[in-house]
Design a binder for this molecule. Structure first.
Ligand SMILES: [Zn+2]
Length: 61
C-alpha cells in the first residue's frame, strides 16, 4: 500500500506532534497508518504514558 507512510516517518510525526501542531494532512496520514499498524499503535500508547509520567514528575518538582 504505497499511500501509507512507513513506520519510521510515522513515529517521527508522533514525536513531533508533542512539540508542534501537525497539519491536517499529517494527522490524516498518521491516523491512516495507526489504523493499519499495531506496532505504531503500541508506540503511540507508550508515548502517551511517558508524556503523562513526565508531566506528573514536573508537577512534583
Ligand atoms: Zn507503523
Amino acid at each position: 500500500m504505497s499511500h501509507l507512510m512507513d513506520c519510521k516517518h510515522n513515529t517521527e510525526l508522533l514525536s513531533q506532534s508533542q512539540d508542534r501542531p501537525l497539519t491536517w494532512r499529517e494527522r490524516m496520514a498518521m491516523r491512516m497508518h495507526l489504523m493499519m499498524c499495531k506496532g505504531c499503535r503500541n508506540f503511540e500508547k507508550q508515548l502517551a504514558i511517558i508524556r503523562k509520567a513526565a508531566q506528573e514528575l514536573t508537577r512534583k518538582l
